[in-house]
Design a protein around this ligand. Structure first.
Ligand code: DQA
Length: 169
């Protein structure tokens, strides 16, 4: 799935691509947000994220182009990260779901591709009952972690990536 959420335009009316392309990635069991355990993950879907980013970034939202990818498969997530590197994607907001806590393979990929990745969680993984959710294999290689703000976690991750990309040429 790829959705371009924002675009900017020049005074002459010709569209110009926004400078920052940000990929929002979701791992296993995150393809049915809104239906899955709404008491934990809320009752709304990913389609709300562009509006949330718009709210957080205001006019600067035009500087960001969002695309989305979800897979339940560890290998496909790694393939997408490698593809993002080849495409020159500027940053990734990545909710790897349970793979966060188990996948050395995804962590290895993030460690070498050289893209800024923000680890995202809808729930506050530190406050969850299962101790394993406090472990993140990818934690060492990501730019930072945003956890516990519901769907807003994704928009906050995009805001953080935007600020990072503006600050680091
Ligand atoms: C999650 C937290 C993980 O522990 C869990 O396995 C998920 C979702 C979150 O967004 O809160 O699938 O990443």
């Amino acid at each position: 799935m790829a959705i371009s959420a924002f675009s900017s335009s020049r005074a002459n009316g010709r569209p110009t691509p926004p400078p920052y392309t940000i990929l929002i990635m979701n791992g296993p069991n995150l393809g049915h947000l809104g239906e899955r355990q709404p008491e934990i993950y809320g009752s709304q879907g990913l389609d709300l994220i562009p509006a949330m980013v718009q709210q957080l970034l205001g006019e600067r939202a035009a500087e960001v182009e969002l695309s989305f990818f979800q897979s339940n498969s560890e290998g496909r997530l790694i393939d997408r990260l490698e593809q993002a590197r080849e495409e020159g994607v500027h940053g990734v907001a990545f909710n790897a779901g349970a793979y966060t806590h188990t996948s050395l393979a995804i962590a290895d990929c993030i460690a070498w591709i050289g893209l800024p990745v923000v680890e995202v969680h809808i729930s506050n993984v530190l406050a969850r009952a299962e101790k394993i959710r406090r472990t993140s294999f990818m934690g060492e290689s990501v730019l930072g972690v945003i956890s516990g703000f519901g769907l807003m976690s994704y928009a906050l991750a995009v805001q953080a990536l935007h600020a990072h990309l503006r600050a680091v040429p």
